[in-house]
Write a protein that binds this ligand. Structure first.
Ligand SMILES: [Zn+2]
Length: 258
């Protein structure tokens, strides 16, 4: 009689313990202060974010940059700048959420390709169920997305929003929300705007681009870009949608940088 295969979940608490131990070790290293200068060359989001979030931002960034495997595609060279800027774009989404939302991402594959609008390069971006621990990014697209922080387009934010969504186990526009009672209102509000956009009945097109009507996952990713990049416009035009995203992210970007 052969013994049954070991159940994975038996080992997961230990894995969690090891990961936590590794993280404590990473954080024992001093934070590389020049990283903030690297980020400032690409984006003003550090000066925008609430000052009381900076400590979490720094420690999450330190862990993210150490833990994730960055791979250059087509000969692209992974530099400290690439790691730090992509890591910063990821962890700024979780200023009020736990870093564990990104635990299932192990690899970040970076292409040197010319800038493509995120809507034109969906294939290969977290596109396969088997492979969704890999995030695929175009470096020029990341840089272009960060350079203009108020145009509502940000490739890195879009792709890492997909990661937050996928962390729930499904790719359906609903990440793991804070409380069970949050799901009903989330579903009601997001469906309303999604269906309006899909059916062409909305005057919200300037707020959420058409691509958001592709499916629920794209709706959440595009809405997240707009929430962080045009928060005041969203708050004015779609206050209930803003409120749902504010409840999930815990952030109130409409009040940042004022
Ligand atoms: Zn997408």
């Amino acid at each position: 009689m052969t013994s049954p295969p070991a159940a994975k979940h038996i080992y997961s608490p230990a894995m969690g313990w090891i990961r936590n131990w590794r993280r404590r070790r990473i954080l024992r290293e001093p934070f590389p202060e020049h990283w903030l200068e690297i980020i400032a060359e690409h984006s003003n989001f550090i000066e925008q974010m609430p000052a009381d979030r900076l400590a979490k931002f720094r420690s999450d960034l330190q862990i993210f940059v150490h833990e994730k495997v960055f791979i250059g595609a087509q000969g692209f060279e992974i530099t400290e700048e690439v790691r730090v800027v992509i890591g910063a774009a990821a962890v700024r989404l979780i200023l009020y959420l736990d870093l564990s939302y990104f635990d299932r991402v192990s690899e970040i594959l970076v292409y040197p390709g010319a800038y493509h609008h995120p809507d034109d390069r969906e294939t290969g971006i977290l596109g396969q169920v088997d492979d969704w621990n890999t995030v695929v990014l175009s470096w020029p697209a990341v840089v272009a997305g960060l350079r203009n922080s108020r145009d509502g387009h940000d490739t890195a934010t879009h792709e890492f929003a997909h990661v937050l969504d996928r962390n729930s186990g499904a790719f359906n526009g609903t990440p793991v929300l804070r409380a069970n009672e949050d799901y009903a209102e989330w579903g009601r509000v997001l469906s309303h705007y999604y269906l309006e956009l899909r059916d062409g009945k909305t005057n919200n097109r300037p707020l959420l681009r058409d691509y958001a009507a592709t499916n629920e996952a794209e709706f959440f990713a595009v809405a997240t870009e707009v929430f962080f990049e045009k928060p005041r416009v969203m708050q004015r035009k779609a206050p209930d949608l803003y409120e749902e995203l504010q409840t999930f992210f815990g952030a109130d970007p409409a009040s940042w940088g004022k």
